[in-house]
Ligand binder design. Structure first.
Ligand code: FES
Length: 238
């Protein structure tokens, strides 16, 4: 054991960071490129307990490099803080990669804030274009639309589950959804009838149509990205 030293830490609800396998790829790619000594570790809920971090029902990424942690936060959401860890303990006990498949029963961070308003439910139809099918379910008032469909056997597109990436973007064909929890779509895009399923709550009947992720991303950011001079390479190295 060595002395404890401060590290940057990204903390999020269980499944928010590793839910779609992208974090596993990121860590594994980084180790392949820079070696196993790269100061970048995933802490599962079990490891968080073993490292005596007094947080429950969360997972975390620990790194020496603040840029790497900030970049992950942009991608997955969560909260950044500084905590002290024993470097030797991290090296010996935290080398496992995050799980490759999503946790079952995953609950999005912001879902904890959601409230059920009544016994009322709303008919929500999703025109799932990528799968060429239409699915209709009655979603309880105030419930997460994405989570309700998942719990009833229909997995819809998602990635960050935190309203940041636009993978789950939909066009609102008719009706309304509550998007007040989201930050990932500009007011302008919302007024054009786009929404994000991962943060959408049912507040009335609605028909929604899935979109290509790039389509919405382009509409929202294309004009800005077009004017930026790109620098080739991994974001961690920039
Ligand atoms: S899954 Fe990323 S914005 Fe919804």
């Amino acid at each position: 054991m060595s002395e404890k030293k401060p590290f940057y830490v990204l903390v999020a609800s269980i499944g928010q960071l590793c839910g779609n396998g992208q974090l596993r790829e990121t860590i594994s790619e980084r180790r392949n490129r820079q070696g196993n000594d790269v100061p970048f570790w995933y802490l599962s809920p079990e490891l968080i307990k073993r490292f005596s971090v007094s947080l429950e029902e969360v997972e975390a990424v620990v790194a020496e490099d603040q840029t790497a942690i900030n970049w992950l936060r942009l991608r997955f959401g969560g909260q950044v803080s500084i905590m002290e860890f024993d470097l030797d303990q991290l090296k010996s006990e935290a080398m496992d990669l995050p799980p490759s498949s999503p946790f079952k029963g995953y609950k999005c961070f912001s879902l904890n804030q959601f409230t059920m308003n009544s016994n009322q439910s709303h008919k929500i139809t999703i025109n799932f274009k990528q799968e060429n099918k239409k699915i209709t379910m009655n979603v309880p008032d105030g419930s997460s639309i994405l989570q309700h469909f998942e719990e009833n056997g229909e997995e819809l597109p998602f990635s960050c589950r935190n309203g940041c990436c636009t993978t789950c973007a939909v066009k609102i064909v008719s009706g309304t959804i509550d998007q007040s929890q989201g930050i990932g779509l500009s007011k302008q895009m919302q007024s054009k009838g786009y929404g994000l399923l991962c943060i959408a709550l049912a507040n009335g009947c609605a028909e929604l149509e899935t979109q290509e992720e790039d389509e919405v991303y382009e509409l929202q950011f294309g004009k800005y990205l077009g004017s930026i001079k790109n620098k080739a390479g991994n974001p961690f190295d920039i």
